[in-house]
Structures are given as C-alpha cells and as structure tokens.
Design a protein around this ligand. Structure first.
Ligand code: GLY
Length: 386
C-alpha cells in the first residue's frame, strides 16, 4: 500500500514538474559560426594555434607540438559538418594541414588529440587520402611509445621521480590507434590499444569508479605510485580526468564491442552523476574534491567532454539518465553564464574552463578543447531523437 502511495506521489510530482526546454542546436551553431568567423579573422598565422586567454585578456596561442593543436581544425570540421558550407571545409583543411609535421613526433602520447581530432574528422567527412596517409605515419609514431613489457603507452618521460607515468587522459588517444588498425589492417594497433585500456581499467580506478590522474609503473608493469598532476590531491577526483575516463571507455566499447568497457563507462557515469559535489547546473568544479567547494572554479571543458561521452553512451544503454544529464549540461553550457557574447571572450565559444589549478595555468578561462567537445556534443545531441 505504502509502495503504491509512493509511486503515485512520484508520478504526480514528475508530471507537475515544468518540462525543461530542449537545447536549441540551430541557435548555438549559428552563434558558433559567427564567433568562429571572428576567430578566423583574428588568427592568420598558421604556426600559432588559438588556445586560451591570458590573465591580461590577451589571446594565448601555441605551436603545433602542443597537445591541443588539433582542436581548432577539429572545431572547424564540426562547423563544416553542420553547415556543409565549403568555406568551413577550406578553413578546416588549412588549420589541419598546419599540424602535419607532428606525424613524426614521438615525444608525445597526445598524437590522437593532435592528429585524430583534426585529420581524423577531415578524413571522416571528405575521404581525402592525403589525410589518411598522414595519420598512418602518426599512428606508427604514437605506437613507439607502447612498451609491451609494461603493456601501456607512456605519457610523460618523467613525473616526480618516476620514469613510466601514464595518465587517464591517454585513453583518448586510443581512438586514433583503433582507427589506424582498421585503416591499415595492422592488428598491432588494436592489440596495444586494448592492452592499454585493460591495464588502465585494472590500475587507474578506485572502488567507486573514480579515476586517479597519474599511475606510475616500473619496467615490469608493476604499479609504483598513484598520483595527481592537475587534480587537488592524489586521492581526489580531478573533473577532467573523470570526463576523459567516461569518454574513453564509451569509445572503447564502440570500437571493440567488449561489454567490460561499456560497464566501466556506465559506472564512471554513475560516479559523476551521483556525486554530492556536482552542482545543480551539472557543470563540475575543476575537481570533485576541490578543497573550498562551493568557492571553486567550474570546468566547462570537463562538462563538455562528459556531455559528449554521455550522448554516445546513451545510444548504447538507452538509459534516459545518460541522455538527461548530457542535456542538462548542454543547457547550462549554452546559457548566458558559460556561452560568450559575440565578439567577446577572444572569440572562443565557452567561458569558465580550468586547465591546471595547481599550476595556476588557464584558470577560469576559455580553452580550445572545451569548444571542440561542446560542438561535438551539440552535433551528437542533434542526432538523437528521444
Ligand atoms: N590532457 C591534458 C588535460 O586534460 O589537461
């Protein structure tokens, strides 16, 4: 009797809640077009990629060897995908080709971000064989960072005295290698990606499915230490790390069909969705355990990555909770607090991201990858009929 009463109360409460408006993708894309027209006008030097805004309010740019060099070209590809207007294709091609020389870069684990967000989107949309050839060289470069004895791709050369650090962010670079496996027919790319993902699943997560940022290994693959670089503490849940994790394992399920990756993504999504420190607008603080919550900066980039991941996850789980959380995030990001006004914000779309709070770098600023994953999430959202 009590259960029936509770169920009826819940139903009445749900029905009486005002329906939340849908996110207006067309409006947001129209704004993105106008804002990025200005971004293109302000950025003519193809050796300097728009990154963020410095404390003094000046545009911050980086060279092609910075891990973010693929995001501007990638964002332009998303605008081309939405508009089908060749103007965006030409701009995307220019900023994509500007990253080409990084295909020989063996000093970074971030070639996936650099080459797949740019050339990968370009190839998906145009089938330009030149892009494919460049990416296959890049995939070989990235694969050199995989040590079969350890079973992981090395992230950095050194971290706090450890010489085989692996960061959760590195899950994102596997999408590039899994593409290379298909495009080249060389199964080594598939094998090393699944080995890396399996070892990360085993060693990077706590019992509650939150992720450490950095795991340091010895030469046999034994874990020596679990630490943070950009989080609040070694035992905290750095927000963007959780976003990379849910995105990474959702992608791994897409690429392999292996249910253990899907389950991992579902559990990480649960950790994020149910976290008591997730604010009501669903834009996380830069770290779920930042010491001065609620007086801490939010990270729009973590929110955008999470939204994009959850929208893909929803297509596999059909769990409306995944879709709703993504939609809530997009509703907040597209609102006045997070979306810039035309011509402001040095022409970035989103405000309020955090690159690295411990290093006081890019704190509460626009950052190019927030824009990239926001555009990706808007496109994914527009394809889901619910
Ligand atoms: N992959 C570096 C970062 O998320 O800041």
């Amino acid at each position: 009797m009590k259960t029936i009463f509770l169920a009826i109360t819940l139903l009445i409460t749900t029905l009486s809640l005002p329906a939340q408006p849908k996110v207006d993708v067309h409006k947001e894309m129209e704004f993105a077009k106008a804002q990025y027209e200005l971004m293109l006008k302000a950025n003519k030097d193809l050796t300097r990629f728009p990154q963020s805004v410095k404390k003094e309010g000046i545009l911050d740019t980086r060279t092609s060897d910075w891990w973010c060099s693929g995001f501007f070209g990638g964002s332009l590809w998303y605008l081309y995908e939405y508009t089908q207007d060749n103007k965006w294709k030409e701009a995307a091609d220019k900023w994509t080709m500007a990253v080409e020389k990084e295909k020989y870069n063996k000093t970074t684990h971030d070639l996936g971000f650099m080459l797949y967000c740019s050339f990968g989107n370009g190839y998906r949309l145009t089938k330009n064989e030149k892009y494919k050839d460049i990416m296959l060289i890049g995939a070989e470069s990235l694969a050199t960072r995989f040590n079969p004895k350890i079973g992981l791709i090395k992230s950095w050369e050194e971290f706090k005295g450890y010489d085989y650090p692996v960061i959760i962010d590195n899950m994102m670079n596997l999408e590039f290698l899994l593409w290379a496996a298909r495009a080249s027919g060389n199964s080594k790319f598939y094998d090393l990606s699944t080995t890396h993902a399996d070892n990360t699943l085993k060693n990077h997560f706590r019992k509650d499915y939150s992720s450490y940022h950095v795991v340091c290994y010895d030469t046999t693959g034994k874990v020596l230490a679990r630490k943070t670089n950009q989080g609040a503490a070694d035992e905290s849940a750095w927000a963007r790390g959780q976003a990379w994790a849910v995105y990474g394992y959702t992608m791994m399920y897409r690429e392999t069909g292996n249910k253990k990756y899907l389950n991992q993504a579902i559990n990480i999504a649960k950790f994020i969705a149910n976290h008591p420190n997730l604010p009501s607008d669903k834009i996380p603080y830069w770290d779920f355990n930042a010491p001065n919550i609620p007086n801490e900066e939010r990270d729009a980039s973590a929110a955008a990555i999470t939204a994009s991941a959850l929208l893909e996850l929803y297509t596999y789980t059909k769990d409306k909770a995944h879709f709703r959380l993504a939609e809530d995030i997009l509703r907040s990001l597209s609102g006045k607090v997070y979306t810039a006004n035309l011509g402001e914000n040095n022409n970035f779309l989103l405000k309020h991201s955090v690159g690295s709070k411990p290093y006081q770098s890019e704190v509460n600023t626009p950052i190019i990858y927030a824009d990239y994953y926001y555009l990706e999430a808007l496109l994914r959202y527009s394809r889901i009929k619910i």
